[in-house]
Write a protein that binds this ligand. Structure first.
Ligand code: S3P
Length: 432
């Protein structure tokens, strides 16, 4: 349990921990490449450690020193794990790993914690079966534990209906060892870190626009070569501090080295449309990804906004914190086409609606989102996090702007993406 009270402002500079999506991919792609890769500024968290431990179980030699990781790549020559691989709370670990393991003739099993064992896996299992791998698990392969015996794969054409980057990435990692070409089409471009990182490691990938959406094509049989990679600060973790600044008049923050890849920065772009004072400064590119420092200033109430299906992929993980800002904005706001939120680390639509309502927000639930009428103030409440890191961080920020006292259950769950979250928050809080 954690108790929080209203603060005045936040001020200063912060470099939040590195991007979780990029940190997972850096470990996996270094492992399938040939030679020794060096990963700088890696995110050390519970989720990324699950990926790191998984590759160790496959015989990869890897070492973490501070936040640098050295990985001796195995060029897809892994050894059969002698035990079940535990992806813990991490969907990215489980799903991307299924792609890698589908290329291996040996037997392996992936499981996860209670939340992950309830999340759908068929979206990855089915196309990998089409490529020629054998995968099975609970509920006909939809739920972990999932067992895999991979082998000789063939390229497929696949329509990624839900625009899931985890599905796309799993297939790309499998397709490098498949015969022929794999082609993935998605209605809206999902985060493209796998494509960018594979290019950095020397792969040839084609990206084009088709009549049904964005297409990515990759020819099997390409070898990856070891690299040095820099992991930028996570925009999803940065979003909590940006939110706190825009919700407290007089605050001013600079967030350093933030990943501003257009498939990820929807939250910052929408905040500007809501009237926030926010700028990207010192825009640059590192390891194939755009990075900037973000300057943000709290200057009074923002205006409501409507988020549609096509907006969702670039801000999917930021929707809980955006909902808090909407709850305090002037006028009405809505989110539609975000059904995927129901199958994240928790049912995030339910968690957002239930908790915001208990704080006095005016919010209605839809199957695929919610509708909000902004209020001027929220009041402290007892928050149920469902052990979901993004819900815990969202409502911790809510507790710092609401009247009275807010109690957060299971605040420790922030460690899956941001172990030092509360320490960093404390450092930036000014009581004047
Ligand atoms: C992720 C993709 C997204 C995102 C998740 C991380 C990734 O999930 O919500 O937090 O690293 O590829 P989906 O692929 O299910 O959309």
């Amino acid at each position: 349990m954690l108790t929080l009270k209203k603060i005045k402002t936040v001020k200063g500079e912060i470099r939040v921990p590195s991007d979780k999506s990029i940190s997972h991919r850096a470990i996996l792609i270094s492992s399938i490449a040939e030679g020794k890769s060096v990963i700088k500024n890696w995110l050390v968290s519970e989720d990324t450690k699950a990926t790191f431990n998984a590759v160790l179980q496959l015989g990869v030699q890897a070492h973490i020193k501070g936040n640098e990781v050295i990985v001796e790549g195995r060029n897809y020559l892994f050894s059969e794990p002698s035990d079940i691989i535990d992806a813990k709370n991490s969907g990215t670990t489980a799903r991307l790993l299924m792609g890698v393991l589908s290329t291996q003739e040996f037997f392996s099993v992936i499981t996860g914690d209670e939340s992950l064992r309830n999340r759908p896996m068929l979206r990855v299992v089915e196309p990998l079966r089409q490529m020629g791998a054998w995968l099975d698990g609970r509920e006909k392969g939809n739920k972990l534990p999932v067992a895999i015996r991979g082998g000789k794969l063939k390229g497929i054409s696949f329509f990624n209906k839900k625009a899931s980057a985890q599905v796309k990435s799993a297939l790309l990692l499998a397709s490098l060892k498949a015969d022929g070409i794999t082609e993935i089409t998605e209605p809206y471009l999902s985060r493209d870190h796998t494509e960018r990182m594979l290019r950095l490691f020397g792969a040839e990938i084609t990206q084009l626009e088709g009549k049904d959406g964005h297409i990515v094509k990759l020819k099997g049989g390409q070898k990856l070569h070891a690299c040095e990679i820099y992991c930028p600060a996570d925009p999803s973790s940065s979003a909590f501090f940006v939110a706190l600044a825009v919700l407290t008049e007089g605050s001013e923050l600079i967030l350093k080295d933030v990943l501003v890849n257009p498939t990820r920065d929807g939250f910052f772009r929408k905040l500007k449309q809501m009237g926030a004072r926010l700028e990207y400064i010192n825009l640059r590119e590192i390891s194939g990804e755009p990075i900037a420092d973000i300057w943000v200033k709290g200057e009074g109430r923002l205006k409501g906004i409507d988020i549609r299906e096509e907006d969702v992929p670039s801000l999917i993980d930021e929707l809980p914190i955006l909902a808090l800002i909407m709850a305090l904005a002037e006028g009405t706001s809505s989110v539609r086409g975000a059904h995927e939120l129901r199958i994240k680390e928790s049912d995030r639509i339910k968690a957002i609606v239930e908790n915001l309502r208990s704080m006095g927000a005016k919010i209605e639930e839809y199957e695929d989102g919610f509708y909000i009428e902004g209020v001027e103030k929220l009041r402290g409440a007892h928050i149920k996090t469902y052990k979901d890191h993004r819900i815990a961080m969202t409502f911790s920020i809510a507790g710092l702007v609401a009247e009275g006292e807010t109690i957060i259950d299971h605040p420790e769950c922030v460690s899956v993406s941001y172990p030092e979250f509360y320490k960093d928050l404390e450092r930036l809080i000014h009581q004047t």
